[in-house]
Design a protein around this ligand. Sequence first.
Ligand code: SAH
Length: 222
Amino acid sequence: MNINVLCIFPEMFSPFVDFGIVGRAQSKDLLTIKLINIRDFATDSYGTVDDYPFGGGAGMILKVDIIVRTLDSIDEKGDIYLLSPRGRIFNQDLAKELSKKGTITLICGRYKGVDERVRDFVDGEISIGDYVLSGGELASMVIIEALARLLPGAVGNSASVEGDSFESGLLDSPRYTRPGIFRGKEVPSVLLSGNHKEIERWREEEALKITKRYRPDLLMET
Ligand code: SAH
């Protein structure tokens, strides 16, 4: 998969892009992340990418001409998404949908946001939640991290994505590792039983219990 990211702070993506599954997906050629600095497409010698808002008010606005110039420089854009509090809320379903696309392009806003006319050049808008960040860079990293996990072959033991929260519409079941007893707290005995069928059943029951307790809304959706 190819992900193009347009932003004014590409340095923010380092070291994120080099670590964990995102790093591994790139070294296995499953993922290519292209960071494109909007400032490189400024048309004046100051590298101006933003300007004062028409009508006044606080905060600078990223300029539509510079953003579109940056977009025009990319040969293969795929679907283009603007990171924006107005967008579709990012979740595992959207992550799955995006991970199946060969190429996507993410546009990160900054300051007070982007000129409204940028929206005429995108295929969709994505929000990572109902709060306001100072820029789309972190939001893009969240999306890239969630997508990388879903690329076939990216997660070492591919089975380890199975059972993850939201994969089956439920939260994950409890997980334990050694020691078997810690300060008097024991690991549920079924996990030590070696009976895989029983373990599977226990995990399903626990996942359902946990979802009912913490996120009953997930059960209503289906
Ligand atoms: N004035 C805008 C916020 C601008 S914040 C408003 O109130 O809607 C600057 C940039 O940060 C935005 O252009 C967007 O790219 C990014 N951003 C802020 N919050 C975000 C969120 N919840 N999800 C995704 N991107 C976000």
